[in-house]
Each structure stands twice: as structure tokens, then as C-alpha cells.
Design a protein around this ligand. Structure first.
Ligand SMILES: *[C@@H]1O[C@H](CO)[C@@H](O)[C@H](O)[C@H]1NC(C)=O
Length: 275
């Protein structure tokens, strides 16, 4: 048996919490259950805490895992696209807002999950693709000390080439041109007065790619080394993850959606080749 609840944390801030009860003991209130927190992927550009709906099933519904695993599943939302990751590369618009959102939600779960029957000392965060890289960033930042014990990254870690934008200013200037903002030191102030819908549309992903310029290189609205959430390059931050058990892996065929655009012939029917 599973209960789901959408909790309102503040203006436009919600969190979904699912709690599973072992079938035979559903009249008792569970306590001390392990907790898993899901971070969705979507190239830091798209995604939602429920996931897509296939045949009346939400992809990221916590129900199946909660049913089978006697575990509490939490899925959270975080800002994506320009509103989540646009950065001018300086303190006027440092970036990483989506990662801060994830961190705030993880801290909330740590503080409150006991009230839902969870064990705050047994929290695992997990995610896929940009969500997998996000999990990795959450283990590497100095801001999550003691908030979770374990982490699982599927098909994405902070060391992936697409996970960090080393030159965010360049992309911010491209966005500025699209929304009629100057590219000097008033750029950030102008962005903040720009219609958020317009800003979001200006942060779209260029789908032109080839084997020499794979699509993942177009992922520009990604985390940045901001000197705060990420004080240094990810490979210099592993001391912050010393107390965290970590599994990293790759989901079968997870890169196909990208490779099919880079090399369209891989989706063509197989043909006999004469030798
Ligand atoms: C966390 O939960 C798992 C699954 O129930 C259990 O195996 C593990 O011992 C727990 N760890 C702690 C530290 O309580």
C-alpha cells in the first residue's frame, strides 16, 4: 500500500512524497524506513518530478519501488534551463540555481522525513543522466555534509564532458542577444527584468550535431564552477564525498537518443554488404 502527498513548501515550490507500507502490516505506522530521493534528468533543460506519463503510469512515480522495497521514495523538482543554470560567469549571476534547489530539497528531507516514518540517517539520493550528474555534484559540494549517506548515478557523473560549462559567459551573451539585453556588466540586471518565459525559450538546445560535434556538446545550461556550490573542478572535490557510499553506472542504450541524432544511419535497417 502506498500513500502519496504533494506538499506545498512555498510559492511554486512543491515536493512529492510517497510512502510504502508492507501489505501485512499496513495497520501499523512504519518508522525508521530507508529513504531514496530521485533527481530527474533532461540535460539540465527539461524534466519533472513525476516524469512522463506512459499508459497511465508516471515514469518517476515512487509507487513501484515503495511497494516492493519497503522504502520511502521522494521525488523533487529543480529549476532547469536558463532559470536554473544561466550564468554570466561572475558574481552578478553565478549560476547553479538548479543544484541549489536540489540541495534545499535534500536538506528538507533530512530535517523532516522522520515525521513521514523515514530514517534521516539512511537517505540515498539517485538520478539518471543530468540527474545522475546532479547526484554526483551533490556528493562533491561542501554544502551537503551529513545530509545523506549513499548516492547512485545512472548514466551521468560530474566528470562527464557535458556536465560542467567551463565558459558560461559565452552562452549568456548568446542569450542576451536573443532577448535584447546588453552584453556588458549590466547583462545580469537586464536578464532579471526580462520575461521569464522569453528567457526560457531563449535557452533552447541546438539539435544540429554530427559525429565530429556530438549533441552532448550543445548542452550549455549546465552547472558551473561558481566558487561556492562548486568551489573547484569536480575532480578536486572528492574529499567532500569521503563518507558517502557511491555507485556509478550506465543504463543500457541510454545514449541512443543522442547517438541517433549524431549518426542517423545507426537507425537505418541493416543491409547486406558485399565483400
Ligand atoms: C539502511 O536501510 C537499509 C535497507 O533497509 C539497511 O540494509 C541498512 O542497514 C540501513 N542502514 C542504516 C545505517 O541504518
Amino acid at each position: 500500500m502506498v500513500e502519496g502527498e504533494n506538499i506545498r513548501l512555498g510559492f511554486r515550490r512543491h515536493m512529492d512524497i510517497f510512502r510504502g507500507f508492507p501489505l501485512l502490516t499496513f495497520l501499523e505506522v512504519s518508522t525508521g524506513l530507508p529513504v531514496m530521493v530521485w533527481l530527474y534528468g533532461g540535460g539540465f533543460l527539461a524534466g519533472g518530478s513525476m516524469g512522463a506519463n506512459f499508459l497511465d503510469n508516471y515514469l518517476y512515480s515512487g509507487q513501484e519501488i515503495a511497494d516492493r522495497g519497503n522504502v520511502i521514495i521522494v521525488t523533487l523538482g529543480y529549476r532547469v534551463g536558463t532559470l536554473g543554470f544561466l550564468s554570466t560567469g561572475d558574481s552578478s549571476l553565478p549560476g547553479n540555481y538548479g543544484l541549489w534547489d536540489q540541495h534545499a530539497a535534500i536538506a528538507w528531507v533530512n530535517r523532516n522525513i522522520r515525521s513521514f516514518g523515514g530514517d534521516p540517517d539512511n537517505i540515498t539520493i539517485f538520478g539518471e543522466s543530468a540527474g545522475g550528474a546532479s547526484v554526483s555534484f551533490q556528493t562533491l559540494t561542501p554544502h551537503n555534509k551529513g545530509l545523506f549517506k549513499r548516492a547512485i548515478s545512472q548514466s551521468g557523473v560530474a566528470l562527464c564532458s557535458w556536465a560542467v560549462n567551463e565558459n558560461p559567459r559565452k552562452f549568456a551573451e548568446e542569450i542576451a542577444l536573443k532577448v535584447n539585453c546588453p552584453t556588458d556588466d549590466t547583462m545580469a540586471a537586464c536578464f532579471k527584468m526580462t520575461d521569464p518565459a522569453l528567457l526560457t525559450l531563449a535557452g533552447s538546445l541546438s539539435l544540429s550535431s554530427s559525429p565530429d560535434h556530438p549533441l552532448v556538446e550543445n548542452v550549455a545550461l549546465s552547472p558551473v564552477i561558481d566558487g561556492d556550490f562548486l568551489p573547484d573542478e569536480p575532480y578536486n572535490l572528492f574529499h567532500n564525498a569521503a563518507d558517502i557510499d557511491y555507485i556509478a553506472g550506465v543504463n543500457d542504450m541510454d545514449g541512443h537518443v543522442f547517438t541517433g541524432l549524431d549518426v542517423p544511419s545507426i537507425n537505418a535497417p541493416l543491409i547486406d554488404t558485399s565483400v
